[in-house]
Design a protein around this ligand. Sequence first.
Ligand code: ZN
Length: 135
Amino acid sequence: MKRVVKRPVVKSKKASAIKKAAEKAVRARAMMPSEVKVGIKIFQIVKGDPGESPKGDRFWGVVNYRERLIIIAEDLFAQDVQMTILHEILHALLLAIGRGGLDRVNEGLVNSMECGLFQLIQDNPELMRYLQEKF
Ligand SMILES: [Zn+2]
C-alpha cells in the first residue's frame, strides 16, 4: 500500500546532478496524469504528503480506496514518480479484482509486479500501443 523513502544523505559534490534531476522531475510533474480508471472506479492522482510509517519513515505514495485518491510524494525523482504511480495502481487493481485483503502479502507482490511491469512498459512501446487497440 505504501512505500518508504530511504534516501541517502546528499553529498555536496553531487548536488548539481541532484538539482538537475529535481528540475527534470518538476518538468515531468506537468505530464503526470490526473486520474486513472481501475476497474469501474476512477482514482484521482495528486502530488502531496502520503504520510509516514509509525517509525517515521516517509512514504513515497499511498492509495486511499474510500476517497479514490492516489497521493504521490512531492520530492521524488521523475522515474520514481512513474513507478510509484504504477505501484499504487497495482494496489487498486488488486482490490478491484477481489485480491486486496492481504496487504502484507500484496506488498511483496506489488513491489515485484511494479518493477517487472515498469520495465516491460519502458522496453516495449510498440507492444503497449498494440495492446491499447480495441478490436
Ligand atoms: Zn505498496
